[in-house]
Ligand binder design. Structure first.
Ligand SMILES: [Zn+2]
Length: 493
């Protein structure tokens, strides 16, 4: 699975512990210092005059002081669905985002420092559980049930029935946007991003082991991948999957690009391409997956995070999706400069509290369980070892939470974190989460197999959004192999 980390490397890496982390922090500071010397990069005409409100809403928050949010600020961006009312940005795609010489020197330095251990990931976390022959047994052994597996299949069936002719999915379910449904399902979304919707749907099929080469959904997956690849806008900074529209080049250099999505959409679509490539090594996917990764690399802010537009100062929610895509790029052995990980670690440092046990959206916080779940999951993806005290402390805090009936974003991330850590916290959380989803799946009419939860932001992503997060949560038993549970680690083929 992960040839870049041998058993011996794993042992030394685990042993390096806290001392290694201190070096990472030091190196991150050096990286930032060097990056800061590069030229300013500007995005012309972006819709940043009204920065979107913070999305992460804690409906049952830990005790907090003065952290009230109004209903409007709670609405839009929970998992990243772009705010279409922000306008139609015009992007100058001819201007480079990043100075190649600066990244090259940092990368060389970072590579040299990496001799002390591999900071990128544990040896677990691979995709080999997505095997149609082994999936059921992994699910049953890992805390799933026959009912949860049936729910996944019913959910995928609903998704397949709502795929559009061109291979895409839409958050809208009305006759104009989705003739297959034509409003027969309630609770449509109202976001236009086709790449975000398509990426989410594809992730559900891939998570269940279904690809363009395996299983009954080969045509569904193939058409979805084809749509994404055709949607990719090739730029000097990589392949842009933010769902660009109406490109015109009337006078050479200045391109007018209408965007319907943002870096959320790009990351989700990129994650689908990278996961697919990691699973299949399909040569048709390799190039687009690498270009999607390149765009993420070049869109990173100099302080290490990502936000709605390239190189905006980051927020943890958008950053988490980029890191998931990058981690899948690692699994596919795509080319990712080392400095990206160090800078990401620096960003995570900037929003952590309690020495990294808890996280905030753009500032440190100890009162945001959703952000803590994203932050800890991000830390796992860039290589925190299981025994690192803040990771364990944070996981214990999350394990004290209950699955929320109105926050699938929190439920999804917390399921990932607790599954990887395992132990009593996971055993307590899992049956509650699993049974809740099994019991809340629609069983009648066109909605059969889907989910909808009355969340503050679900009017934006709608039934497609809530259904995909529910499926991905129920696929937790095999979608990624646990990073830390010893029986799964170091099973590299
Ligand atoms: Zn429908």
């Amino acid at each position: 699975m992960l040839g870049w980390l041998s058993d011996s490397e794993s042992s030394s890496w685990l042993a390096s512990g806290v001392a290694h982390l201190a070096v990472v922090v030091l190196l991150s500071l050096l990286v930032i210092t060097q990056q800061g010397k590069g030229p300013d990069w500007t995005l012309e005409g972006t819709a940043t005059s009204e920065l979107p409100q913070e999305l992460d809403i804690e409906l049952n928050p830990m005790p907090s002081v003065g952290d009230e949010l109004d209903s409007e600020s709670m609405a839009p961006k929970a998992m990243g669905l772009p705010d279409l009312e922000l306008g139609t940005p015009s992007v100058d795609i001819t201007q480079p985002m990043l100075t190649p010489t600066a990244t090259a020197s940092v990368d060389a330095f970072a590579t040299e420092m990496l001799d002390i251990g591999n900071p990128l990931a544990s040896a677990g976390g691979g995709l080999e559980g997505r095997n149609l022959d082994n999936r059921r047994s992994l699910a049953l052994a890992g805390g799933g049930s026959e009912s949860s597996e049936a729910a996944v299949e019913a959910g995928l069936k609903w998704l397949a029935a709502h795929q559009l002719e061109d291979g895409s999915w839409t958050f809208h379910l009305d006759a104009e946007h989705c003739p297959q449904c034509a409003g027969k399902c309630r609770n449509p979304g109202r976001i236009d991003s086709s790449t975000g919707a398509t990426g989410l749907a594809l992730l559900c099929f891939l998570g269940g082991g279904y690809t363009q080469h395996e299983g009954p959904y080969q045509e569904v997956v193939s058409k979805g991948l084809y749509f994404l690849i055709n949607k990719m806008l090739l730029t000097s900074e990589g392949g842009d999957l933010r769902d660009s529209q109406e490109i015109s080049l009337p006078f050479a250099r200045q391109a007018s690009v209408r965007l319907r999505g943002d870096m959320y959409s790009h990351a989700i679509a990129s994650l689908a391409l990278c996961e697919n490539y990691a699973m299949t090594r399909d040569s048709n996917i390799a190039g687009p997956a690498q270009k999607a990764i390149d765009f993420i690399v070049n869109a990173q802010n100099e302080l290490g995070g990502w936000r709605y537009e390239p190189r905006q100062p980051g927020d943890l929610s958008v950053t988490g999706w980029q890191l998931m895509a990058l981690k899948s790029g690692v699994l596919g052995r795509l080319d990712i400069p080392r400095h990206v990980w160090y800078r990401a670690a620096e960003f995570l440092d900037s929003v952590q509290a309690e020495k990294g046990a808890t996280y905030g959206y753009q500032q440190p916080s100890s009162t945001r369980p959703s952000m803590t779940a994203v932050g800890l999951y991000s830390r796992m993806m860039i290589g925190w070892p299981e025994e690192h005290p803040p990771l364990l402390k944070g996981a214990v805090l999350l394990a004290k939470e209950h699955p929320k009936d109105s926050n699938m974003y929190f439920n999804y991330y917390t399921s990932q974190v607790l599954h990887h850590v395992g132990g009593a916290g996971w055993r307590r959380w899992n049956p509650r989460m699993r049974n809740y989803l099994v019991q809340t799946q629609a069983e009648e009419g066109h909605e059969d197999g889907s989910w909808y939860f009355d969340e503050p932001w679900s009017d934006r992503g709608g039934r497609l959004y809530t259904t995909t997060l529910a499926i991905l949560t129920l696929e937790v038993y095999y979608r990624y192999m646990p990073m830390y549970q010893s029986e799964f680690v170091n099973q590299a083929p």
